[in-house]
Design a protein. Structure first.
Length: 198
């Protein structure tokens, strides 16, 4: 429903699901008539059928309910790979500078092996890298993983995160200021949260 159709794209968006289980689930969805498997040579895509598309409001309602009522995520639910994968799907290519833009994300509170990530953005695509892609970095975002997830979920605005120190951006001033406009927050970020009771 979010645009990923190839097996490897789906797998990157579901980092805790084994490839075997994902393959089994996709076959079940095909048999149920919710997804169609389209093959063109070696290119295989899984595309929602009309029945699958009609599930969109149900899935969106479940997602909105979860954001509104589940509350704060536990540490085990915070995943830099999943965060960056979702962010790469929400790049506003019309707002990003022309040419190649490289954003380095450094999560200061995660193990060293998961600390550094890069988004490489061109006019047509965005790619998530967990190894230095070898291009010059346009801006660097240094953040706590929880802080960046909070911004992405809509719990914290970019200005609040910057003022409070949960997120810091380094690079040329014009690019630092423009960075938040390079992304469109996911629809669930706008879901109102319940007012805390005293």
């Amino acid at each position: 429903m979010s645009g990923s159709q190839r097996f490897n794209e789906l797998r990157r968006g579901l980092p805790r699901m084994s490839p075997t289980l994902l393959s089994r689930r996709l076959h079940q969805l095909v048999r149920a008539g919710v997804v169609e498997r389209h093959t063109d040579g070696n290119d295989v895509r899984y595309v929602p059928t009309q029945a699958g598309q009609e599930l969109r409001p149900v899935l969106e309602a479940l997602g909105a309910w979860g954001v509104r009522w589940i509350g704060e995520l536990g540490d085990e639910d915070l995943d830099p790979k999943l965060l960056l994968w979702d962010m790469h799907r929400n790049v506003d290519h019309s707002a990003v500078p022309h040419g190649r833009t490289v954003i380095q994300f450094r999560f200061r509170d995660v193990p060293a092996a998961l600390r550094d990530w890069w988004l490489v953005i061109t006019s047509e695509e965005a790619d998530v890298c967990d190894v230095d892609p070898g291009h010059g970095v346009t801006v660097t975002v240094t953040a706590s993983l929880r802080g960046m997830v909070g911004v992405w979920r809509g719990d914290l605005s970019w200005p609040e995160a910057l003022r409070g120190g949960a997120v810091a951006v380094s690079g040329p001033e014009a690019l630092r200021r423009a960075l938040p406009r390079w992304f469109t927050l996911p629809g669930f970020a706008a879901v109102p949260r319940p007012t805390p009771t005293a």
